[in-house]
Each structure stands twice: as structure tokens, then as C-alpha cells.
Design a protein around this ligand. Structure first.
Ligand code: TYC
Length: 103
């Protein structure tokens, strides 16, 4: 009689975990002096929002004190926050955008 020995094989799977860069929120802060329309125009120009979204974001910051605008990689978030803040500064407004790391 013949005996058959089953062959067994082992496969090793290596999973590669891709690193995603941490994201940063850009936050719009309310103030008492910057005209509403100017805030809306900055949101449209720097954050490519339409009129409706920009108005809603501006109103949220106006009523609640702050509003998260968008999330980007750190460089993009910091550059946009700075650009938007500078646009207000050039007009003498205290309009301020800040960034915060997303957890
Ligand atoms: N509070 C401002 C006003 O009454 C308008 C404003 C809204 C300013 C949102 C900043 O992030 C802001 N003219």
C-alpha cells in the first residue's frame, strides 16, 4: 500500500502601512470690526468657497466666535491662514485666521 504525505506550504504576507500626513484645521475667528461682506470675499478668494458657503461660515463665526473652515496639510493650512489674515490687515481690519492640528 502507498501512503501519501500532504505537503504544506507557508506564505508570509507583509502589509505596508502608508503614512498619511497629519491634517490641520483652518479656523476663522470673530471680531467686532471686520465688515461681514469683507469676510465673505476673503473666504471666497482664499478658500474657494461659493457665496452661500462663505456667508454661512462667516455667520457661524459671527454667532459662535469661531468656525472651522477646512482641513489641509500643515503647509497649505498655514499659508492660507496667513494669506487670509494679511488681506484683512492690508485694509486695517483685525480679521484673524488660525490653524490647529486635527487629532
Ligand atoms: N462680527 C463682524 C461684524 O459684526 C463680522 C465678522 C464675522 C467678523 C465673522 C469676523 O470671523 C468673522 N461686522
Amino acid at each position: 500500500p502507498t501512503t501519501v504525505t500532504p505537503k504544506t506550504t507557508t506564505k508570509t504576507k507583509t502589509e505596508v502601512k502608508l503614512q498619511r500626513p497629519p491634517l490641520y484645521k483652518v479656523i476663522l475667528l470673530n471680531d467686532d470690526y471686520t465688515p461681514r461682506e469683507f469676510v465673505v470675499s476673503v473666504l471666497k478668494a482664499v478658500f474657494r468657497m461659493g457665496e452661500e458657503t462663505a456667508s454661512r461660515v462667516m455667520l457661524t463665526a459671527h454667532q459662535k466666535g469661531a468656525c472651522v473652515i477646512a482641513v489641509y496639510t500643515r503647509d497649505v493650512a498655514e499659508t492660507k491662514a496667513k494669506e487670509a489674515t494679511e488681506l484683512g490687515k492690508a485694509k486695517g481690519y483685525p480679521l484673524f485666521f488660525t490653524t490647529e492640528k486635527e487629532e
